[in-house]
Design a binder for this molecule. Structure first.
Ligand code: BTN
Length: 247
């Protein structure tokens, strides 16, 4: 099972750092660090992940998956899909933006960010681990203007509490993580079924690098979870980046 053993903390810099230290100290596969608030929450591409104390589900899991290195990208996809499925148990229809942003409707009926996933490799300690961080907005009813985001309460219209989605997420993630190993085609098909932008013109940027953005039509996922993009220069497979839909 995932989430066993678990450490629940009131306030922490980042659950990623706590979980990595615990992994180096021998934490088993599935160990979880859950926090009520973070003072130095981290997002993808070196961004800050801000939270309102007590309003979001934030956790990091220590994973020691029995996956071939070229399949490790499936872990983040599985986590995003599991978050979307957990949101679905409360009646919210969640979609995915490659690689693993979870989107749902805001009060204005726009598809914006509901949850995010951050996967980091941890090499210290006896055995390597993947530290899988998930942040899901749950109880917020408003967001700062500069944040295009929504919460499970807004998207579902239900009175969901911060920890309510934890068990549904862990259950769904355990199943999807197994599939990454045993039935990756099924996992990829279920992720694709929720992907926004398939068949559409997209721009893929590479924040924090000098690489210029790519423009092309999103074709689907490669077996390792990469995004297949049809560009003027032919098909390109993108392993990391940030998709913007050209509407
Ligand atoms: C993203 O969308 O950029 C990823 C956001 C990941 C946020 C979570 S909250 C729990 C864990 N601890 C962190 O510092 N980040 C992740």
């Amino acid at each position: 099972p995932l989430g066993v053993p678990a450490r629940h903390l009131a306030s922490v810099g980042s659950t990623m750092t706590e979980a990595a230290a615990w992994a180096a100290d021998g934490a088993p596969h599935g160990a979880a660090v859950v926090a009520e608030t973070q003072t130095a929450g981290r997002g993808r591409h070196g961004r800050v992940w801000r939270d309102v104390p007590g309003a979001s589900l934030m956790l990091s899991l220590v994973l020691r998956p029995a996956l071939a290195p070229e399949r490790l990208g499936l872990v983040g996809l599985a986590a995003g899909l599991a978050l979307a499925e957990a949101a679905g148990t409360f009646g919210a229809r969640a979609r995915l933006k490659w690689p693993n942003d979870v989107l749902a409707l805001n009060a204005q009926g726009r598809l914006v960010k509901l949850a995010g996933v951050l996967a980091e490799a941890s090499w210290s300690g006896a055995a390597p681990a993947v530290i899988l961080g998930a942040g899901l907005n749950v109880e917020q009813m408003t967001f700062p203007d500069d944040l295009r985001a929504t919460s499970l309460r807004i998207a579902s219209g239900r009175d969901v509490a911060r920890l309510d989605p934890l068990a549904p997420f862990l259950d769904a993630f355990a199943i999807r993580l197994d599939q990454a190993e045993s039935a990756p085609g099924r996992l990829l098909a279920d992720v694709e079924a929720r992907l926004v932008g398939l068949g559409d013109l997209c721009q893929v940027g590479f924040p924090g690098t000098d690489r210029p953005p790519l423009t092309g039509t999103a074709l689907g996922l490669a077996p390792d979870g990469a995004l297949r993009l049809a560009t003027d220069a032919g098909e390109i497979t993108v392993h990391a980046g940030e998709v913007t839909l050209a509407r």
